[in-house]
Design a binder for this molecule. Structure first.
Ligand code: SAH
Ligand code: F3S
Length: 433
C-alpha cells in the first residue's frame, strides 16, 4: 500500500521516520510524497512545545477527514505526542487506528497489518524498548548524509523539558552496533554521518562498560570511506576533557558544537536545573575554542521562563553578545505537562515573550553577520549537496562549521568536498567560489 509519513520536530524524528519507512517497505508498502496519494498515513509528532502539539492536531484533523471519505485506510500517530497523550488521542481523533510511542517503533509494521485487519485503538506506549535492530532497509531521503541514533532518552531533568517523560532515561547502543551501522551507511553512499542523541555527549552512561562518547567518536571515525563526522546535541555538563581531545585530534570530526546555554542568568539556570553557571559555561567554551580554534558554536535559548525578570533577560542578551555563537535558536517558554516548571506560574506575558524573542534574534543576527563577514577572503571546506534551488547556476552545501554555503564553480558535482574562498556573507549564508 501507499504510505505517507510526515515528521514534525527534531532530527531524531526524521531518522525514526526513515527507519519506519524502511521497515514498511520490507513488507511491500511504498512511500508517497503527498498525503492525498496515500492509503496509510502516519504522523510523527513532537511535544517539546504546545505549538508543535497544536500543529499535529490540525494535520491529524485533515487526515481524519480523508479517512472519513474512505480514501485513507489506516491512520497512525507516532513520536513524543503519542507517548505524552497515549489513549487520549483516540478520544480526540476517532479515526485514529494506532498510537505508538518512540520506544516502540518496532511494532509499527505489525500494527499496520492489524489495523488493516480491522482492529481498532491500537496503543503501544509502555514496556521495553522495541526499536529496529540494524536498519538494513532504511529509506534515506538524502544520499550523502545520514544520521545514526546512538542513545535514546535523557538522564538530565531540565525543569522545562518533556523529553525525559516522552523518551525516558538514557539508553545507549553498544559501540559495535553503531560502528556496523556507520559502515552500512557509507557503503550505501553516505559521506557525512551525524550521531544523534538527546544529550549525545552523555553517551555510554547506561552501558556501564567503560564506553564513553570520546571512545564512540574515535571508533566511528575509523569507518573507511567516511569523510565527515558530526554530532548533536550536547549538554555543557557532559563536555569532558576526552571529548575535547577527540574534537581536536580526529580530522574527520567537523568543527561544530551545538551546546545550548538556555539562559544567561544564573538564577534562571538554577531554576531550569541546567547544573552549570554562566561562568562555568564561559570556561567550557574557552577550553573548546582553545583546543579547536576553527570551531563554531550554536546555542538554544528559552525566553519567558517562569520568573524571568527584565534583569534576567538582559543577562541573556549580554551573554549572547559576548559568547559569539554562530547561530542561536530562540524559543518562547511553553508549559509542558508533568514537568517541574509546570508547577510554577507561567507569569511572563505573551507580549513580553514575543519581544524578548525578537530582541535575542536581532542580537544573534548581528553577531552572525559579523562572524560570517570575518570569513571573507578566507577558505572554508564545503561538502557540495547539489545545485542551489534558488539559482541552478550555483551550488549549495555546508561548511565543516555547519554554515550553509553557496558557491560558483566549474566541474563541481554533488558529493564533492571543495575549498571555497568566501567573498560575501549574510547572517545565515556564506557565498564564494
Ligand atoms: N537535548 C535536546 C533538547 C530537546 S528540546 C536536543 O536534542 O536538542 C530542544 C530545545 O527546545 C531546547 O534546547 C530548549 O531550548 C527548547 N525547549 C525545550 N523545552 C521547552 C519548553 N517547554 N518551552 C520552550 N522551549 C523549550
Ligand atoms: Fe531536555 Fe534537558 Fe535532556 S533540555 S532532552 S532534559 S538535557
Amino acid at each position: 500500500m501507499r504510505v505517507y509519513l510526515e515528521s514534525l520536530g527534531c532530527q531524531m524524528n526524521v531518522l525514526d521516520s526513515e527507519l519506519v519507512f524502511g521497515e514498511l517497505a520490507k513488507r511491500g508498502h511504498a512511500p508517497v510524497e503527498a498525503p492525498h496519494e496515500a492509503e496509510i498515513a502516519i504522523l510523527n509528532t513532537c511535544s517539546v512545545r504546545q505549538h508543535a502539539e497544536d500543529k499535529a492536531v490540525s494535520i491529524l484533523g485533515q487526515f481524519a477527514a480523508a479517512k472519513r471519505k474512505k480514501r485513507l485506510k489506516v491512520l497512525g500517530v507516532m513520536g513524543c505526542m503519542a507517548q505524552n497523550e497515549k489513549g487520549k488521542l483516540f478520544d480526540r481523533i476517532g479515526e485514529l487506528d494506532f498510537v505508538v510511542g518512540p520506544s516502540r517503533l518496532g511494532r509499527i509494521p505489525d500494527l499496520v497489518d492489524e489495523a488493516l485487519a480491522g482492529k481498532k485503538r491500537l496503543l503501544e506506549t509502555a514496556g521495553d524498548i522495541d526499536r529496529f535492530p540494524l536498519p538494513d532497509h532504511r529509506h534515506r531521503e538524502r544520499k550523502l548524509q545520514a544520521a545514526i541514533e546512538v542513545a535514546f532518552g535523557c538522564d538530565y531533568v531540565c525543569t522545562f523539558c518533556i523529553v525525559p517523560f516522552t523518551r525516558g532515561r538514557e539508553v545507549s547502543r553498544p559501540i559495535r552496533e553503531i560502528v556496523d551501522e556507520a559502515k552500512k551507511l557509507v557503503d550505501d553512499g553516505a559521506v557525512e554521518i551525524t550521531l544523534l542523541g538527546q544529550t549525545v555527549n552523555a553517551y555510554g552512561t547506561s552501558l556501564a562498560d567503560g564506553s564513553t562518547f570520546a571512545k564512540l567518536l574515535t571508533a566511528v571515525h575509523e569507518t573507511k570511506g567516511l569523510k565527515r563526522l558530526r554530532f548533536i546535541t550536547s549538554h555543557p555538563k557532559s563536555v569532558t576533557p576526552d571529548m575535547i581531545r577527540a574534537m581536536r585530534d580526529l580530522p574527520k570530526l567537523c568543527e561544530y558544537l551545538h551546546l545550548p546555554l538556555q539562559s544567561g542568568s544564573d538564577r534562571i539556570l538554577s531554576r531550569m536545573k541546567r547544573l552549570y553557571t554562566v561562568d562555568e559555561y564561559h570556561r567550557i567554551l574557552a577550553e573548546v575554542r582553545e583546543s579547536v580554534p576553527e570551531i563554531e558554536i550554536a546555542s538554544d535559548f528559552i525566553v519567558g521562563f517562569p520568573g524571568e525578570t527584565e534583569e534576567d533577560f538582559q543577562a541573556t542578551a549580554a551573554a549572547l553578545r559576548e559568547l559569539e555563537f554562530s547561530q542561536s535558536y530562540v524559543f518562547k517558554y511553553s508549559t509542558r505537562p508533568r514537568t517541574k516548571a509546570s508547577q510554577w506560574e507561567d507569569d511572563v506575558p505573551q507580549e513580553t515573550k514575543e519581544r524578548r524573542n525578537i530582541e535575542l534574534l536581532e542580537i544573534q543576527r548581528q553577531v552572525s553577520l559579523a562572524r560570517n563577514q570575518s570569513k571573507i577572503g578566507k577558505t572554508v571546506e564545503v561538502l557540495v549537496e547539489g545545485p542551489n534551488p534558488k539559482n541552478a547556476a550555483q551550488w549549495i552545501g555546508r561548511s565543516r562549521q555547519n554554515q550553509v554555503t553557496v558557491l560558483a564553480g566549474e566541474g563541481v558535482r554533488a558529493g564533492d568536498i571543495v575549498d571555497v574562498t568566501v567573498d560575501a556573507a549574510t547572517p545565515l549564508t556564506l557565498f564564494g567560489s
